[in-house]
Write a protein that binds this ligand. Structure first.
Ligand SMILES: [Zn+2]
Length: 313
């Protein structure tokens, strides 16, 4: 997906996944359903009377090893990989039904989602897509951790990580306008150190982790190799970042720089950005020139597209 589509999109049909939650180990079945234009990404707990939790920064709950949403005490855990795939593949509107508290970890990456979207198809809707266009720098610093977002066209991310051996320091620069999310980012899997396993399990985390859904790092390297990319670790952090910044409610139009950041820093940036109304504006994605004279452009004027009457079209 090189150029960002100028109209909103949803999936063309329902999708179903099942698996276990990475942290809870809880079995979960998830169904994704097409949703009307303008409705955004909404989670629904089918085990709790279809209680709905919209994917936005106001509902961020706790963030340490994964990002969780909470509304009125109802939780959805580990949202980042699915939200990343939705933003990366340009799916604006979808209902995500889950029958437990955590999304399935699948293979630890966002690739199964990308493949499913491509299989079922992505459907264009009759509403102009908006981005969050960054107008001035917004930064969050905490010791050696840093994240900032800056004005810029498209959506580009520069990420640097520094982890103990065997990962060390890795950097990646990704421009989603020119590089394919599906090809370069979505296959990158989550990872963890074998040495941290007991500590994390004692904290009630990674109960669903296994060699099929995470890269497990020993002292010398991955124990369940081979890697999908030499720099799979930093690519996975880019994947997580895209998923966490999705909580701004729309795709970012700007340049993001992150150093040694993580879910807490990513979501802190979202709240700081959302609070500073002078730092961003909602901007329509431009209509590609080739389409300006086409029948679609004649059909879709801005006044057509602003009204609620078209929702569901
Ligand atoms: Zn992740």
């Amino acid at each position: 997906m090189a150029n960002l589509a100028h109209l909103e999109q949803t999936i063309a049909g329902p999708l179903e996944f099942s698996g276990v939650g990475l942290h809870s180990g809880a079995p979960v079945t998830m169904r994704m359903l097409p949703a009307p234009a303008g409705s955004g990404i909404v989670f629904r707990r089918t085990d709790l009377d279809n209680f709905e939790i919209p994917a936005n920064g106001r509902n961020v709950a706790k963030v340490s090893y994964a990002t969780s949403l909470m509304r009125q005490g109802v939780l959805i855990q580990t949202t980042e990989h699915l939200l990343s795939a939705l933003i990366g593949m340009g799916v604006d509107n979808v209902i995500i039904e889950v029958d437990n508290l955590e999304l399935p970890i699948l293979d630890g990456s966002a690739l199964p989602y990308v493949q499913a979207f491509l299989n079922v198809g992505i459907r264009t809707q009759r509403r102009r897509r908006e981005t969050i266009r960054v107008l001035k720098p917004v930064e969050v610093r905490e010791g050696k951790k840093f994240i900032g977002v800056y004005p810029g066209s498209g959506y580009s991310i520069q990420y640097t990580i520094e982890f103990p051996a065997p990962i060390g320091r890795q950097s990646a620069c990704v421009d989603l306008a020119t590089e394919s999310y599906g090809e370069f980012i979505s296959p990158a899997r989550t990872f963890g150190y074998k040495a941290d396993e007991k500590k994390l399990r004692d904290m009630g985390l990674i109960r669903g982790a296994c060699a099929e859904n995470a890269i497990i790092l020993g002292a010398k390297g991955p124990e369940n190799g081979p890697l999908r990319f030499d720099d799979e670790y930093v690519r996975h952090k880019v994947l997580d970042l895209i998923g966490d910044l999705a909580l701004a409610g729309r795709r970012i139009e700007g340049h993001v720089v992150a150093e040694r950041a993580g879910h807490a820093m990513h979501t802190a940036l979202v709240s700081r950005l959302m609070k500073d109304r002078s730092a961003w504006e909602l901007a329509n994605v431009p209509v590609p020139e080739a389409q300006i004279e086409g029948p679609e452009a004649a059909e879709l004027t801005d006044s057509d597209l602003s009204g609620a009457a078209l929702q569901g079209a």
